[in-house]
Design a protein around this ligand. Structure first.
Ligand code: PA5
Length: 447
């Protein structure tokens, strides 16, 4: 098997000579802090050796649950938000047929999402769809108290109870949550739902390789063994005994920190494949929530090219020069479409005849890279040999490891998210949640 690779040559040219090498020993010592568990947030490092510690029978159990839910459901509603949502969606969207919903020969149930927003029209439309379908629910919340998924789950559970007998309802719900704490754990134990545990030492955004991600991904028919194998191989490829230049996570962490120090405050993750849209969303959360604190942190942004070249391309080419790009490039596409010859050539496209659509895409990618570098945008290129479960597993672990190292290089705790609580406190105060009486009184004075 090949490895995903990183090309920093078009970023290094924006840095002083030897800068990356100069940061190498610091980067490796920050990485060592992860492995020694001697840095900030060291009680949330369970993800570090997670791939190599996942037992085969754990994956078998997840696959059995996925098969049971799939057999009884036209639709499975995956209910969660943030780290309890984005990883699963990233992998499922990357590996599913783009027109899956419209296929009649589907092998897996349709996976839809709830609890990742509080949109009433979205919620109404989902409940309206589900009332005439056979469906099951996977509800995911580590804390077991997050408002968005809890609210969605209350509604979904109510609908299941209207449609099915008590035992059947129980068979149609699986909860993924803490082993002992939180309202979801209490509810699941009382109702007798099947449950999976999120390990204490794995935070939400690092949890895609726990049942948080693996169960929905298995339901969608993706090979979770291959996903974990990819992550396992990347765990080995970024181990402490690997030289800096050979460790893609260390190199990526070094370069993005050096660019940040030079005033490149925004990193735009770029794909040339629409299936990667949610991988970028997952990446945004991983880096944004991990690094954006103590008045520091690269702002993580994302674009889908070539689509967004027609909306954001101008800004990237000629706007303020405070950005750099990280392109996730898929080397080989196995679904082939060739451009046909047209005898009249009215559209003047015969110069493309005989070429694959992916060849056109690759030239768009190369042309964009050259244009943006010429326009003053440093470029990091991550090459992924193929879009499949194995390489996605590599990519996920690559980014997680890079994020842990990068956060330490930046000097923040990459494993907490104290800032996320601020909006919740205000929302609870505004909604009059019991226990928030003082905050309610304070906030009313401000209105
Ligand atoms: O990364 C994180 O910790 C967060 O994004 C959480 O995953 C998110 O807030 C959901 O939390 P929970 O799983 O407790 O419902």
């Amino acid at each position: 098997m090949q490895k995903i690779t990183i090309d920093i040559s078009k970023a290094e040219s924006f840095l002083s000579a030897g800068a990356v090498k100069g940061l190498a020993s610091n980067v490796l010592s920050q990485q060592q802090k992860l492995h020694d568990k001697s840095g900030a947030g060291n009680d949330f490092l369970g993800w570090l050796d997670l791939p190599s510690s996942i037992a085969a029978d754990h994956l078998t159990a997840i696959k059995e649950t996925a098969a049971r839910l799939s057999a009884q459901s036209e639709i499975v509603v995956v209910t969660g938000i943030g780290g309890s949502y984005l990883g699963a969606r990233a992998v499922i969207d990357a590996l599913s047929d783009s027109f899956d919903l419209l296929r009649t020969n589907r092998k897996a149930p349709v996976v839809v999402y709830a609890g990742q927003n509080i949109g009433e029209d979205y919620t109404y439309e989902l409940l309206d769809l589900l009332k005439d379908k056979d469906f099951s629910v996977v509800v995911i919340s580590k804390s077991g108290t997050t408002t968005e998924p809890a609210l969605a789950f209350r509604l979904l559970k109510g609908l299941l109870e209207k449609k099915y007998a008590t035992d059947e309802v129980k068979n149609r719900i699986v909860a993924v949550t803490d082993k002992s704490k939180g309202a979801l754990r209490t509810l699941a134990d009382r109702e007798g739902y099947q449950t999976y545990v999120i390990p204490d030492d794995v935070g939400g955004r690092y949890s895609v390789l726990t049942p948080v991600g693996l169960l929905p991904i298995a339901i969608a028919g993706v090979d979770i063994e291959q996903l974990v194998q990819g992550a396992r191989d990347m765990e080995a490829a970024t181990a402490p005994n690997v030289a800096f230049e050979e460790n893609p996570s260390a190199v990526y962490a070094a370069v993005r920190n050096l660019l940040y120090q030079q005033g490149k405050k925004t990193e735009i993750v770029v794909n040339f494949n629409p299936k990667l849209h949610f991988l970028s969303e997952w990446w945004k959360q991983l880096f944004g929530e991990s690094e954006g604190k103590d008045n520091k942190g690269i702002f993580p942004a994302a674009v889908d090219f070539t689509t967004d070249l027609h909306s954001m391309g101008q800004w990237i080419q000629q706007g303020e020069r405070n950005i750099f790009e990280t392109v996730i490039s898929i080397e080989n596409v196995d679904k082939k479409v060739e451009v046909p010859t047209d005898k009249d050539d009215m559209d003047k496209l015969n110069f493309l005849a005989g070429k694959r659509v992916d060849e056109v895409n690759k030239m768009a990618e190369l042309g964009t890279l050259m244009a943006h570098v010429d326009g003053g945008v440093p470029n990091i290129r991550i090459s992924v040999p193929q879009l499949n479960a194995y390489y996605l597993g590599q990519l996920i672990y690559f980014f997680e490891k890079a994020c842990g190292i990068s956060g330490y290089v930046l000097g923040v705790n990459p494993f907490d998210q104290p800032g996320v609580e601020a909006y919740k406190k205000n929302m609870f105060a505004l909604l009059g949640k019991p226990g928030f009486e003082k905050e309610t009184a304070d906030i009313r004075k401000r209105l």
